[in-house]
Design a protein around this ligand. Structure first.
Ligand SMILES: [Zn+2]
Ligand SMILES: [Zn+2]
Length: 418
């Protein structure tokens, strides 16, 4: 039982009961319509997330085994992408609480199990030891969830990325320095942020497969999805928006036909004998919650999770370290932090509009109209659409100049060649 004294009263002398339970004091404004207590607010957040998980389970449930007696369904296994920002921390907490409640109700097997994965950007120097202590703190706070970490440079050995498309770096360098050198040769801060995000996604998708997960869960809020929509559009990735923003199966990048020249040990025989599935469900269970609601959620847990999340990421707009290094992503993140405060419906509308975009083919298979995929992001190539983009932006790159280069979508081409 909590006492209302633990929480700041909304306005002094204006004590009202919670609109939902009528039992506790209402201390949190819910979308300007209701004032609720701490536990009703937590219930509101977790219900939104659990509803999305139910959609995921409905859309991806494997048929019950046809031979043998009908047993209970095997729980789905999720990979939670943990950036240690507010949204993914809230997601991890919601899942943990949900499993705990299922057990408390006497359910022997939970409806799902999960593993968390954090991709450490090992190209950033000087290497910060604060990253290690952050991860330790998460492990302590979430003892039920195995928390795996992977260096970003592990992407160098993934066969799903066509490294020929990126600047080259000496094979003699250790992976972290090699990737750092590759990123530094990219034309701009926006390019670097873009390629970092792509590589992180590749590492997560590959981890979901190696960990035998049925789906990858991202911590996107309505706010971050709106940011993603506009940044990706600005970068010329409009075509892949339905896969990046909407829930559903995304094509899993296949290894390019060329041998993996970037990997020093490509001679070993660790190739799996069975090919992994060609699509992976990627869902954002918090997509109907605003970032500020997730920040409130973090501040209301016991003890508050706000202390766990690195301070720079709880600032609504994200802290600007240096303007020189500001990417389109940073600019829009700050912009939406401000818009969300005054015009939440604008933010929600950006995401809702993207939700209406169709995914051509809708098969979850990689490949555009003719089965061609981009060598970097793995999305289907829309040659006509990409041509149109170029034409309208007045930015035609002569194709003859690309002899031997892998085919890239317009967005990836911009990121690698400026
Ligand atoms: Zn209540
Ligand atoms: Zn691409």
């Amino acid at each position: 039982m909590t006492t209302s004294a633990t929480f700041p009263a909304a306005t002094a002398g204006d004590s009202r009961p919670c609109n939902r339970c009528k039992e506790h004091e209402g201390i949190i404004d819910l979308r300007g319509a209701e004032r609720v207590c701490q536990s009703c607010f937590a219930y509101y957040v977790s219900t939104k997330a659990v509803k999305r998980l139910e959609v995921l389970q409905r859309e991806t449930a494997a048929p019950r085994s046809s031979n043998g007696p009908k047993g209970p369904r095997k729980p789905q296994r999720y990979l939670v992408a943990l950036s240690c920002g507010p949204s993914s921390t809230a997601l991890l907490h919601v899942l943990t609480e949900n499993v705990r409640q299922q057990r408390a109700r006497g359910q022997k097997t939970a409806r799902f199990e999960y593993v968390a994965a954090h991709v450490v950007d090992d190209t950033l120097s000087p290497f910060s030891s604060s990253e290690d202590s952050t991860i330790d703190a998460y492990r302590e706070r979430f003892p039920d969830a195995p928390l795996l970490t992977f260096p970003l440079s592990s992407a160098l050995s993934l066969p799903s990325i066509d490294w020929v498309a990126l600047p080259s770096a000496s094979n003699d360098l250790p992976p972290a320095q090699r990737l750092s050198s590759i990123l530094h040769q990219l034309p701009s801060a926006t390019s670097r942020a873009d390629i970092r995000r792509l590589l992180t996604r590749h590492v997560l998708i590959s981890t979901a497969q190696s960990q035998h997960c049925d789906a990858l869960l991202l911590g996107h809020s309505t706010t971050s999805l709106a940011e993603l929509t506009l940044t990706e559009t600005a970068k010329g990735r409009g075509y892949s928006l339905p896969w990046l923003v909407n829930d559903g199966a995304v094509p899993v990048p296949r290894s390019p036909n060329a041998p993996n020249i970037s990997n020093g040990n490509s001679g070993d025989s660790t190739e799996p004998s069975t090919s992994p599935s060609q699509s992976l469900p990627v869902y954002s269970p918090l997509r109907e919650l605003f970032r500020k609601e997730l920040l409130t959620y973090l501040s209301q847990t016991t003890p508050p999770l706000t202390d766990l999340v690195p301070a720079s990421s709880t600032d609504a707009g994200g802290a600007v370290v240096s303007h020189r290094d500001q990417s389109i992503d940073d600019v829009l993140s700050r912009y939406f932090g401000e818009v969300e405060a005054s015009y939440p419906s604008v933010v929600a509308n950006v995401v809702r509009t993207t939700g209406k975009l169709r995914r051509p083919g809708e098969t979850g298979q990689a490949g555009g109209d003719d089965g061609q995929t981009c060598g970097l992001c793995g999305m289907g190539l829309d040659e006509l659409g990409d041509e149109r983009w170029r034409g309208e932006i007045g930015d035609r790159i002569e194709t003859e100049a690309q002899g031997g280069m892998p085919k890239l979508c317009y967005g990836c081409e911009r990121s690698t060649r400026g």
